[in-house]
Write a protein that binds this ligand. Structure first.
Ligand code: BEZ
Ligand code: FE
Length: 292
């Protein structure tokens, strides 16, 4: 007969998964019990604390409705989203680094021609972005699909703005034969992640910053290449070192310069002062293509 004690319980619980439905299920479930028990042995929660832990997870689940996914926010602020991404995308040196997707990408977005203004009429400091999509050898990836989305100068996204009909500050471009994409918009700003749920409880308990540094989201898809989900951050933003979702990598930080008389890739000149961001995205070939 099994005799359960504080010492023997962990091994007994792990052994119950010896005949799991697959080797992977066995590995995952046994590691889960192993680490969960190690956590409980280290922390030694009181009965009241464990009940609060269950209540916290229950509150988190109840918050997950419609577009709100509080478990993803918890994964983001505990660093699990970024760690999983780093493990699953060990990219060749020189490839553009990934960052988190976040909750504000939407499939229903307009397709724009090069040079378009994607601000959707939302007022703000003018921004000009000029980008290229390249392969690991520096060759342009013509036709690459480049999604852009970002906040306004108050840190708000169109999906949360009553005054925006349709979409603003987002759109899909296709790179030209030289791999180029360029557009106009407005300068994004830093903004807090949602603080009214269990993610906010954790950030407050940790006396952590909730504010993401100003950024442009970029998603690049091209056949034969790994999808790139990333962001460009504004150099000098005071929140770069305290991003609550661990999305900042130094290679993704760029100056949002102020320039006058900027000439765009098609030769037209932008009158007056404008902030300018330039970036070359380097895509990694899909593994089977790279091996061929
Ligand atoms: C964002 O950058 O849009 C974002 C990322 C993670 C959590 C919340 C927002
Ligand atoms: Fe964002």
């Amino acid at each position: 007969m099994r005799d359960i004690s504080e010492r023997s319980l962990t091994e007994a619980a792990i052994e119950t998964f010896d005949d799991a439905e697959s080797p992977r299920a066995q590995e995952v479930l046994q590691a889960l019990v192993h680490h969960l028990h190690a956590f409980v042995r280290e922390v030694e929660p009181s009965d009241a604390e464990w009940a609060e832990g269950i209540a916290f997870l229950t509150r988190t689940g109840h918050l997950c409705q419609g577009d709100r996914q509080e478990f993803i926010l918890l994964s983001d602020i505990l660093g699990v989203t970024s760690l999983t991404d780093l493990i699953n995308h060990r990219l060749p040196v020189g490839s553009t680094e990934n960052s988190v997707l976040g909750p504000f990408f939407v499939e229903r977005r307009p397709v724009f021609e090069a040079g378009a203004d994607i601000s959707g009429g939302v007022p703000g400091d003018p921004l000009f972005a000029s980008m290229r999509v390249l392969d690991g050898q520096g060759r342009p990836i013509a036709g690459a699909a480049v999604d852009i989305w970002h906040s306004d100068g108050n840190g708000g996204y169109d999906v949360l703005m009553d005054e925006v009909e349709g979409t603003a500050m987002r759109g899909l471009f296709h790179a030209d034969d030289l791999g180029r994409v360029w557009f106009r918009s407005i300068l994004p700003a830093s903004y807090p992640v949602p603080m009214d749920g269990t993610g906010g409880e954790i950030l407050r308990a940790g006396r952590r910053s909730a504010v993401r540094p100003a950024h442009l989201h970029v998603l690049v898809n091209a056949p034969g290449y790994e999808r790139l989900t990333t962001m460009l951050f504004a150099e000098g933003d005071p929140h770069l070192d305290t991003d609550p979702v661990f999305g900042v990598k130094s290679s993704l930080v760029r100056r949002f310069d102020t320039r006058t008389g900027v000439t765009t890739p098609d030769g037209s000149v932008i009158a007056g002062e404008i902030h300018v961001i330039e970036y070359d995205f380097v895509l990694a070939a899909e593994p089977d293509v790279a091996a061929a």
